[in-house]
Design a binder for this molecule. Structure first.
Ligand SMILES: Cc1ncc(COP(=O)(O)O)c(C=O)c1O
Length: 375
């Protein structure tokens, strides 16, 4: 058996949800479990996060899987629906929808249902991804309000583009835009904060929080190139915030040593031979590669834990294997355990070395990797 596996610690998932409640007491939580629970397992996350007030997913298929598994909390479709034929399932499964586009309103106007759909009207406050521009919001709200299939208490949400950058004023501008638009409508429930906003922008907390990444124990502030960022000093003050430090990793990605080599100074390692041994040295080959979800772009020097001690990736990552430097552990043996990220090695750190973000690494574990749940 190949030893490559991920361990999912559901007790840590519950702990992180508790951290959310501590950061924003009195708010309700829409736990974001889209993309297979950020790679941790959709149903596993929903069951472990049973204390969440509601769940948010990206597709009707994910929501139906949750309902079929007996999940009873409200479920919000963050992109709403894509075609008219989804509406019957939305009503039947009691799903809540984001409405972000006129085409969706046109379909709702033609639809009738025996019980009303709860709608979140999405305002584009500056991210310019989904949502109605400020000038369009009032008319969209009025048309929705007139739809017989839409529940009367239309809620409002927006998404922040730069909440992970505590030094940027883009978040204040977005909040101001959202508040001006909301002020022109009857008071309704609101949701703005993703993980970064929840941790860094208390004024964004409102009625409902929408945390994703922090539930899985990763900090949203460790974006790639953080150390080169113009707002790095502000980032340094905020990161890690006391609460960020309390988060516990949920996924631990592990494998083991399957070969050991003793190489000479100048020997090349891996595809294209771009990494050369600076001296005679032992090297270990580990059974994990990009075919498992380890990032191929991780650079030499990316930290790896061998027997719980830090060492470094060397050479190119292959599909099924990667190589690590054994100079600090010349006594390492075949079968010794390796942690690629998770407990003892933050996924944010590996992501930074690979020029990506923790979200991508967590979502990218492939189906051939065994998943073991612990609590
Ligand atoms: C609309 C929306 N809300 C909330 C989230 C959760 O964000 P995060 O994982 O950064 O907390 C996402 C994630 O992409 C999202 O798209």
């Amino acid at each position: 058996m190949r030893a490559t596996q991920v361990r999912i610690n559901t007790a840590n998932l519950r702990h992180n949800l508790h951290c959310v409640a501590q950061a924003a007491p009195g708010c309700r939580t829409l736990a974001v479990i889209k993309a297979n629970g950020y790679g941790h397992g959709l149903l596993r996350c929903a069951h472990a996060l049973s204390a969440a007030d509601a769940f948010a997913v990206a597709s009707c298929g994910e929501a139906i899987a949750l309902r079929n598994a007996g999940i009873e909390q409200p479920i919000l479709l963050l992109e709403g629906f894509f075609a008219a034929d989804e509406l019957a399932a939305i009503v039947q499964r009691r799903l809540d929808i984001v409405v972000h586009h006129l085409s969706q309103i046109a379909l709702l106007e033609k639809f009738s249902a025996d019980h009303a759909i709860h709608v979140w009207l999405k305002i584009d406050s500056g991210m310019h991804r989904l949502g109605f521009l400020p000038a369009q919001v009032k008319a969209a709200w009025q048309r929705l309000r007139a739809c017989s299939c839409v529940a009367p208490n239309i809620r409002l949400l927006t998404h922040l583009a730069c909440a992970d950058n505590p030094g940027s004023d883009a978040t204040l501008q977005q909040l101001d835009c959202f508040d001006r638009v909301a002020a022109a409508l009857p008071r309704s429930e609101q949701s703005i904060a993703n993980s970064a906003a929840l941790l860094a922008w208390p004024q964004s907390h409102r009625d409902w929080l929408r945390p994703g990444l922090m539930l899985y124990g990763a900090s949203p502030f460790s974006f790639p190139g953080a150390s080169d960022h113009p707002f790095d000093s502000a980032l340094a003050q905020r990161q890690p915030s006391p609460l960020t430090q309390q988060l516990k990793p949920v996924m631990t990605f592990t494998s083991n040593v399957i070969a050991i080599k003793h190489l000479q100074k100048g020997d090349k390692i891996g595809y294209d031979g771009s990494w050369r041994c600076p001296e005679a040295m032992p090297v270990a080959i580990v059974a994990a590669g990009y075919g498992d979800g380890y990032p191929r772009h991780a650079s030499a020097g990316t930290p790896v834990l061998l027997n719980g001690q830090r060492t470094a990736l060397i050479g190119r990552v292959s599909m099924d294997m990667l190589c690590i430097d054994l100079r600090s552990q010349p006594g390492a043996r075949l079968g010794d355990p390796v942690t690629l990220w998770g407990e003892g090695l933050p996924v944010e750190e590996v992501a930074r070395h690979a020029g990506t973000i923790p979200y991508e690494l967590l979502c990218g574990i492939t189906s051939r990797v065994d998943v073991v749940e612990c609590s």
